[in-house]
Write a protein that binds this ligand. Structure first.
Ligand code: CA
Length: 533
């Protein structure tokens, strides 16, 4: 079986055909890696367990391990100290449900068919948990699922309907029912996770996904955390007042804190409690929750009204309020990561379990004046990815190689000693964890394609390539244009170089690389756009 894995990986299509010499070196490294996994399996240990904690919209800028200074992520930071932090991890399509579809299928959106939040995931297709289940793993997904169709390939699932609710959330259950659990969503999901872990068949390895709703809009903190971030005075990002010169899509978007973010719905500045109760998220609260919650925001509303803000002062007040709610919501998320880690430690599961902390994508915390995601720009294309797995990964390592959420499914299969099918388009990142592949030999560029237009927030359809230094984006549909960024000199993507004569050669080279990826990944829609140039 181990040899089968080896064969499937050397047969993977790559953009550039490696020379024989490189190929031999790679094969030797693969052999070493496989021997390592073989030894792990042969040492009488059970096959490794796999736990994926996937948050929603939890972005790197909020996480201490990625440089944030808000102090709201001690448990995730600790995980990074004990594991490996991927500094250049990307999603292939920065929006909620499509990202989860990529996670389970190991295929880009154009292959798994779930291109936007409006389509329904075809659960009959191949997914990593189905293969793990067939190989004797116990599989479960608990929490936010968002793929609308019934989860398949799981021995157990209990998921939020659609986006789910922060307070007293409903859960869809395997018997076809729907039941409400009282409490705060992030805590409840962890309770359900540990309940499932308690009753699982302990003679089998398990593969578990913990799907959190936090920190999705509208950033509703646990009542226990209301006010916890109010002392923070958050510095405006340096491009908060971006005027979008030379960037048409950025100019035309509808996801700004200034114009799009709502004082009532988003920031809870309700005229009175009757207005508040029009929100389902609040009317479903019990009396104690509602009293605490509304009293907190009523105090803020009174202060806000007394200030009578307008213009920039109002926008900046909205930004502070947004950040305080977002970060307070993230506190519970982090606390529950800590709870899960404590459970795994107490049950002696830490040494033989791969623990992945990630999000379905990044998010704007005021960069370019925005909230939300969708764009191929760094803040939303990147995603946190921290992996703890002591048998392979050296603790405290930071990896700069380009990885994608697309790589997760093949990684888990290889870890379990299960063959990775050719149809999966990602690559197992176990060689990176083992310190065995670096730089261009691993991957020279990642591919991205966003589809949800026309749609909420008015972000045009686009696709592109991100290399270790450059990014080339092609917007298409309503308006057609290129954007080119030199991330070394312009990390915040403020200056579009696509129209500048002196960058013509660079543009042409990147277009060629992009074409190669489109061919390699068989993206028909993108190919048609470029054919019609
Ligand atoms: Ca999301």
């Amino acid at each position: 079986m181990i040899i089968v894995i080896f064969a499937s990986h050397t047969n993977q299509k790559t953009a550039k055909e490696p020379t024989l010499q490189i190929n031999l070196v790679r094969q030797m490294k693969n052999v070493l890696l496989i021997l390592l996994i073989f030894n792990l399996h042969a040492a009488g240990q059970q096959r490794p367990n796999i736990v994926v904690v996937i948050a929603d919209d939890h972005t790197m800028q909020a996480i201490g391990a990625y440089g944030a200074r808000y102090g709201v992520s001690p448990n995730i930071d600790q995980l990074a100290k004990e594991g490996v932090l991927f500094n250049r991890a990307f999603v292939t399509n920065s929006i909620c449900a499509p990202s989860r579809a990529v996670l389970v299928t190991g295929q880009f959106s154009h292959k798994n068919g779930h291109i936007n939040n409006l389509t329904k995931f075809d659960g009959s297709q191949d997914q990593y948990q189905k293969r793990l289940q067939q190989a004797g793993y116990q599989t479960a997904w608990i929490g936010k699922w968002h793929l609308e169709s019934t989860p398949q390939g799981f021995d157990y699932w209990e998921v939020l309907p659609g986006q789910g609710q922060y307070y007293n959330p409903d859960f869809l259950t395997m018997d076809g029912g729907q039941k409400t659990t009282e409490g705060y969503c992030t805590n409840i999901i962890t309770n359900k996770v540990t309940d499932w872990l308690d009753q699982r068949d302990k003679s089998k390895p398990f593969s578990l996904v913990v799907g959190h709703k936090a920190t999705h809009r509208t950033w509703m903190p646990d009542t226990a955390d209301l006010g916890a971030t109010d002392q923070l005075n958050i510095t405006l990002p340096e491009n908060f007042y971006d005027a979008y010169a030379g960037r048409t899509a950025a100019e035309d978007q509808d996801l700004s804190i200034d114009k799009t973010m709502l004082l009532g719905y988003d920031l809870k500045m309700y005229d009175d409690s009757i207005a508040a109760l029009k929100e389902n998220s609040i009317s479903r609260m019990n009396t104690a929750q509602r009293n605490t919650y509304l009293a907190y925001y009523a105090r803020i509303k009174a202060d806000f009204d007394s200030k009578n803000l307008s213009g920039k002062a109002l926008t900046e007040w909205k930004y502070q309020r947004y950040m305080r709610d977002y970060l307070a919501t993230a506190i519970s998320l982090d606390r529950n990561v800590g709870r899960l880690m404590q459970y795994l430690k107490k049950n002696n599961l830490l040494d033989n379990t791969m623990i992945v902390y990630t999000s379905d994508q990044g998010f704007y915390l005021g960069e370019h004046g925005w909230f939300d995601k969708r764009f191929m720009y760094e803040e939303s294309m990147r995603t946190p990815m921290i992996i703890r797995y002591p048998p392979l990964a050296r603790k405290g390592t930071v990896i700069q190689d380009l990885v994608m959420n697309l790589d997760m499914a093949p990684t888990f299969l290889q870890l379990a000693g299960v063959a990775v099918p050719e149809s999966m388009q990602g690559k197992s990142i176990l060689p990176l964890l083992a310190g065995e592949a670096k730089g261009d030999a691993w991957r020279t560029g990642v591919y991205y394609h966003y589809y949800e237009h026309p749609g909420e927030h008015n972000v045009y359809r686009h696709f592109g390539i991100r290399t270790s230094r450059y990014k080339l984006i092609r917007f298409y549909g309503v308006k057609n244009f290129w954007e080119l960024y030199d991330l070394r000199h312009d990390p915040h993507e403020m200056r579009n170089l696509a129209g500048e004569m002196k960058h013509e050669k660079l543009l042409a080279n990147l277009k060629r690389e992009l074409q190669q990826l489109i061919r390699q990944y068989e993206d028909v829609e993108a190919a048609a756009v470029l054919d019609n140039e």
